[in-house]
Design a protein. Structure first.
Ligand SMILES: Nc1ncnc2c1ncn2[C@@H]1O[C@H](COP(=O)(O)OP(=O)(O)OP(=O)(O)O)[C@@H](O)[C@H]1O
Ligand SMILES: Nc1ccn([C@H]2C[C@H](O)[C@@H](COP(=O)(O)O)O2)c(=O)n1
Length: 669
């Protein structure tokens, strides 16, 4: 997951290949709660591992359910249900910003009894729950609002047990604010239906019906067959009790799939099979699968079967639409992004629920789409988007994401703009709510519209190149190439194989097939951790000795260029800016006085417990610099367009900030 302050998504041209998406959030949290309320143990596979499911799992564990993660698998968990036992009490449950945890847990705990406090992040305390609380109070449940009336945090005050419930009349609940209120009651009320039938009556027009469809399908999976009479009345039969089905496989998230369907539709046609999405198909139980119909209306070419979808460009530009999106409120945000590429204004209607989601999504989308160059009109329950005029109307923008995962994922779709402008996504880690690896998944499938951006840091030995480059990569969320490690690894491999350091052909063969792996800050050569051996002074000298050989340099060239992957690369070495990435948009030639460098290397060695002599170190590094600078092939020198940075008197942070400032100066936002 990208935990950087912002993520610059380079302009994208196409997506290709296959992506596997994480499990559905709606299904994951429903299944977890049902498993917790059931008799017996349930193995949940394909579970979404995200903020919202983590808070649910934590709450279930606090309630006294058995929660055991499968070894080494974030997407599999074993839940030992309460099966009629009372939950642990008192509890204080923190539910983040997970509506799919707050609403159903409120209802379930009100019917299970005990003393429980349910709270969340600030935004959760602005998301309505009053209608559900009112319905539960009419039943007789004791619930207190601890902050604003109608909003969390809440206290369930039933330490003395669940009061007698008023079940003679139907349980009434509003259906026009959030369908989660009805879902919460449908999940909880079977706990009260052992000895009598329970009826739920919906007041007002029920929104987001597909989510109720998921709820009903999952209730049935856990042994409770609710009779639905239209979308107004739901009857839970007498004798209902939850029984674990043993194992449940969660299908991939259909709302998450919408971004990849859209990306396929925006993708330049490159002759391939388009983008294949694995883990859900046209037969998916989730309502957002109907996003496929909407995407097709806009011209996307979407095919599918059971467990797979394939998306690619159909009509181009996309066709403008005027759509009622009540049935796909979450995925409709993706349509708003597709509207930027349409042949006229598009209107998305009946989306009032956007205003009470993670943020006011109508207001947020309006503000951010305008930054991109679109003309946007917003109403209480609609948004109308007029796309930017051809390529010239697009603007490079820094998109605010409002701690809303869908705003962040949507923003990435602006990177397909015809002007080939990059897009800055603020606070990319907010995708953790439902899709922590969203950007990694997108980048693995995406083809950039232009060369992947590279920042080159070249300079003499011990000038701090590696330190600076690694820090920059971490701040930007980019990949990092320590090109010196490749020369060092070749030298190590040569020593191990008994190859002389002047045997150019044999060294080139070794370099071309280096069994090298970079993983979690360690370097592995042929399965052996060589991180320490690689950094020894002797290995550095050996690397410098073989580095002048043209065949060795040629053998390592493609390996280095292949490291330039989305979203960007910071590369350090001697010839990054002059040879390997000669077109890089930012090149820095980093220097420090020989005394400073020798002193830094001395301290570096001392920290590792290696004794050294500063004067000798200075002589050695000067000798190495002289050899690196005087060789014929790709000598150590500043590229003509490199910016010089002498960091003798700068701290590491000052150096990093300087280069970040230079990089920012080159950005269009
Ligand atoms: N600006 C700085 N101020 C103080 N110390 C620094 C600074 N930059 C780097 N250092 C320290 O100098 C030492 C050498 O830095 P580093 O290993 O990054 O250099 P390098 O140029 O990559 O070396 P090599 O050429 O051997 O790969 C490290 O201990 C690092 O923490
Ligand atoms: N791009 C590069 C990187 C490194 N080398 C050679 C020259 C160096 O002395 C040696 C070790 O590099 P270090 O790890 O100290 O950066 O490798 C090179 O020629 N070109």
């Amino acid at each position: 997951m990208f935990t950087t302050e912002f993520l610059d998504v380079p302009a994208l041209r196409a997506v290709q290949g296959r992506v596997r998406l994480p499990g559905s959030k709606s299904i994951s949290n429903r299944v977890l709660l049902l498993a917790a309320l059931s008799e017996g143990a349930t193995r949940v596979r394909g579970l979404l591992d995200s903020d919202d499911t983590r808070v649910m799992l934590q709450a279930l564990a606090q309630m006294g359910c058995g929660v055991r993660r499968a070894d080494g698998r974030a997407d599999e968990v074993l839940i030992e249900g309460l099966g009629g036992r009372a939950p642990a009490s008192p509890t204080r449950l923190f539910l983040g910003n997970a509506g799919t945890a707050m609403r159903p847990l409120t209802a379930a705990l009100a019917l299970l009894g005990g003393e429980h406090e349910l709270s969340g992040v600030a935004r959760m305390h602005e998301r309505p729950i009053g209608d559900l609380v009112a319905a539960l109070r009419r039943l007789g449940c004791r619930i207190e609002e601890l902050g604003q009336p109608g909003f969390p945090p809440l206290r369930i005050a039933e330490a003395a047990g669940v009061p007698p419930l008023a079940l003679d009349a139907p349980v009434r609940v509003r259906g026009d604010v959030s369908s989660q209120f009805l879902t919460a009651l449908l999940l909880a009320l079977p706990l009260a239906a052992r000895e009598r039938e329970v009826t739920v009556q919906v007041e007002g027009e029920l929104i987001s019906r597909p989510y109720i469809h998921i709820t009903l399908a999952l209730l049935e999976r856990f042994g409770v067959a609710v009779q639905r009479q239209g979308w107004e009345r739901f009857v839970i039969p007498e004798g209902s009790r939850y029984q674990s089905p043993g194992e449940v496989l969660v299908e991939a998230d259909a709302s998450s799939a919408s971004y990849f369907i859209a990306a396929g539709a925006l993708s330049a046609p490159e002759g391939g099979e388009g983008l294949v999405i694995e883990g859900l198909g046209l037969d998916a139980v989730q309502g957002d699968i109907r996003f496929v119909e909407a995407a097709r209306l806009m011209g996307a070419d979407v095919q599918g079967g059971s467990g797979w979808l394939r998306a690619r460009r159909g009509a181009w530009p996309l066709k403008a639409v005027d759509l009622d999106c009540n049935h796909i409120p979450d995925a409709a945000m993706t349509l708003a992004m597709m509207a930027l590429y349409a042949d006229g204004p598009s209107t998305l209607r009946n989306i009032a629920s956007w205003r009470v989601k993670e943020t006011d999504r109508i207001a947020a989308m309006t503000a951010e789409l305008r930054k991109l160059g679109a003309a946007v009109e917003e109403g209480a329950d609609f948004i109308r988007i007029t796309p930017p005029a051809l390529a010239g109307g697009w603007r490079a923008a820094s998109i605010c994401t409002y701690d809303d995962h869908r705003m962040a994922m949507c923003a990435s779709l602006a990177a397909f703009n015809p002007a080939a402008l990059p897009v800055r996504v603020q606070d990319p880690k907010c995708v953790a709510k439902t899709f922590p690896d969203y950007f990694e998944t997108l980048f693995a499938a995406a083809r950039p519209a232009r060369a992947v951006p590279v920042i080159c840091i070249d300079g003499p030995t011990a000038s701090g190149k590696g330190t600076l480059a690694a820090a920059l990569a971490a701040r930007l969320g980019w990949h990092y190439l320590d090109s010196g490690a490749l020369y060092r690894a070749t030298a190590l491999a040569a020593r191990q194989a008994g190859v002389a350091l002047d045997d150019e052909a044999a060294l080139a063969r070794l370099a071309a097939a280096l069994p090298l792996r970079f993983e979690a800050g360690r370097v592995w050569l042929d399965g052996r951790d060589v991180s320490e051996a690689l950094r020894s002074e002797q290995t550095g000298m050996d690397a410098s000795a073989l580095a002048p050989l043209p065949a060795v340099r040629a053998a390592l060239l493609n390996l280095q260029r292949g490291m330039a992957r989305l979203p960007g690369l910071v590369a350090d070495g001697r010839d990054m800016g002059t040879v390997v990435f000669a077109d890089a948009p930012l090149k820095v030639f980093l220097t420090a006085s020989a005394e400073t460098r020798a002193e830094r290397r001395y301290k570096q060695l001392a920290a590792k417990g290696i004794s050294a002599n500063i004067a000798r170190l200075r002589d050695d590094l000067q000798a190495r610099d002289a050899r690196d600078a005087s060789r014929a092939a790709a000598p150590l020198k500043a590229a003509q367009d490199a910016l010089a940075l002498d960091n003798s008197c700068l701290s590491i942070e000052q150096s990093v900030q300087q280069v970040l400032d230079w990089w920012q100066d080159r950005q269009p936002f």
